[in-house]
Design a protein around this ligand. Structure first.
Ligand SMILES: *Cc1c(COP(=O)(O)O)cnc(C)c1O
Length: 472
């Protein structure tokens, strides 16, 4: 028996004692109190650990387990090529001298150029770690911009269909978030917008198409009245998957925007990996982007910290580099025609599914839909329908959002799914709507965790390792 096999049979005993337990360390009296007397770590064999993590992975649901129509989140397939290439970069240390990471800087620089082109922005910072952090960055830039101009603008306008991160980011940056109601078409209502605009307003944050999947077709007028008041126009880029290659945020008049690389550009998200929310800026706003900016001077890539009006730093180093590499690979593989096709297919898939689903579920706001649509489940609770979908091997759609739709289910198929998959999903949804109410209320029955007590899950979460038979 060789050494390796012998080890495999033996339980893995982790011999670890905190230094202070074996040696007498002089700790201040307050710290003596909190000093751990014994370290409780499970005594497990390698096989038990392997089974534990394999079991956990099987209890989970991901894009590669099944259809994942989580509206607004763009849960598209993450091609393997990006996964294979991005770890190569992780061997580099972020403090390495610029001259030794020229290849990485070149990739980041070229990614910036491509995002500039897609967004029609003058410059893009790759630093923010998520869309929400991008929003916060942009709000801080807008704040400094107006402070420099000596204008005291304290309000940020946000439509009632917006994602919750919009008012949160504006508030975190020190603004007051003011909601603007939508009209009967589910779009920005120009009248209340005009009434809300004043010299106190710093910006309007807009998602286009909005979270109802409806394109804000009065964007030209919106742009005019916002800019007439001297306010900035911010584009929440979470729904860019509907528009790539068809229209650019800069062409719609937006001054700043964020991209969600983990949505539109196919880098994993949720439990799948860190996110990335680059921010683009146009005109004078460029001066406020965080440092460092990556510049190319005669074929040499450099980190430029000399940006006098910059808001400073947003995230360590250049942001989350692994997702940046994956997004770079994705865009390079598709090219501009490929990206255009992605958006066409995403919109087609969504409209195909909507036409099937509207025969048995109400679709409010009849406007033409883009890459996602929202149904109002009036017969059965949206929550119950969502749970019953889990039983049939699907992820639940986004529920109870946007807030202006009763019992909302927000469905975004993305371009990744086939017609067969969409047909099957529509069939499952129909079955749920038509089945006995009592049955739907008991779902899910086929998942490893049954219906959870949502209150207790938040108040008393179980986050530690347990033997399988204890977890029931
Ligand atoms: C996802 C999303 C955000 C926030 O992006 P994160 O990357 O999750 O922080 C903002 N707005 C909309 C419309 C979104 O769907």
């Amino acid at each position: 028996m060789n050494h390796r096999q012998a080890k495999w049979e033996e339980p893995l005993i982790i011999e670890y004692l905190p230094k202070s337990e074996t040696e007498d360390v002089d700790l201040p009296i307050e710290l003596q109190e909190i000093k751990r007397k014994k370290l409780e770590i499970p005594d497990l064999s390698e096989l038990q650990i392997a089974r534990h993590f394999t079991r956990l992975s099987q209890m989970n649901f991901g894009v590669e387990s099944g259809f994942y129509p989580l509206g607004s989140c763009t849960m598209k397939y993450n091609p393997k090529l990006g996964e294979e290439l991005s770890p190569l970069i992780s061997k580099q240390h972020p403090l390495q001298n610029e001259s030794t990471v020229q290849g990485t800087l070149q990739i980041l620089y070229e990614l910036e150029l491509m995002l500039r082109e897609i967004g029609e922005m003058d410059r893009v910072s790759l630093q923010p770690a998520a869309g929400a952090q991008g929003e916060l960055l942009a709000m801080l830039m807008i704040r400094k911009y107006f402070a420099d101009k000596g204008e005291d603008r304290r309000i940020v306008l946000i439509p009632d269909t917006a994602h919750g991160t919009n008012p949160a980011s504006a508030t975190m940056a020190g603004f007051e978030a003011l909601t603007v109601p939508s009209n009967e078409r589910g779009c920005m209502d120009l009248e209340p917008l005009e009434q809300s605009l004043s010299e106190d307003v710093a910006a309007l944050m807009l998602t286009n198409p909005n979270t109802l999947g409806v394109f804000e077709d009065e964007i030209t007028k919106i742009e005019e009245i916002v800019h007439d008041q001297g306010a900035a126009l911010y584009y929440d880029g979470a729904n860019l998957n509907a528009l790539m290659g068809w229209i650019k945020p800069g062409d719609m008049g937006f001054d700043l925007m964020h991209f969600n690389l983990h949505k539109t550009f196919s880098t994993p998200h949720g439990g799948g990996g860190p996110g990335s929310g680059p921010v683009g800026a146009r005109g004078e706003f460029v001066n406020y982007l965080p440092v460092p900016l990556i510049e190319c001077d005669d074929g040499i890539y450099k980190l430029n910290y000399d940006v006098p009006k910059s808001i400073g730093k947003m995230k360590l180093f250049y942001g989350n580099v692994a997702p940046l590499i994956k997004a770079y690979v994705y865009i390079k593989c598709l090219g501009s025609e490929g990206l255009e096709e992605v958006s066409s297919q995403a919109v087609l898939n969504s409209n195909y599914l909507k036409e099937k689903v509207k025969k048995y579920l109400d679709v409010p706001y009849k406007e033409l839909k883009k890459h996602e649509f929202v149904v109002s489940s009036t017969e059965k609770k949206a929550r119950d329908v969502a749970k019953a979908l889990l039983d049939r091997g699907y992820s639940a759609p986004t529920t109870y959002f946007p807030l202006i739709v009763d019992e909302a289910l927000m469905i975004e198929p993305t371009e990744s799914e086939s017609k067969e998959e969409l047909d099957e999903f529509a069939r499952a949804l129909k079955e749920i709507v038509e089945e006995e109410e009592e049955k739907t209320k008991k779902a899910p029955q086929n998942t490893s965790v049954k219906r959870v007590d949502e209150v207790m899950a938040a108040r008393k979460p179980v986050l530690t390792w347990r033997m399988a038979d204890q977890s029931k």
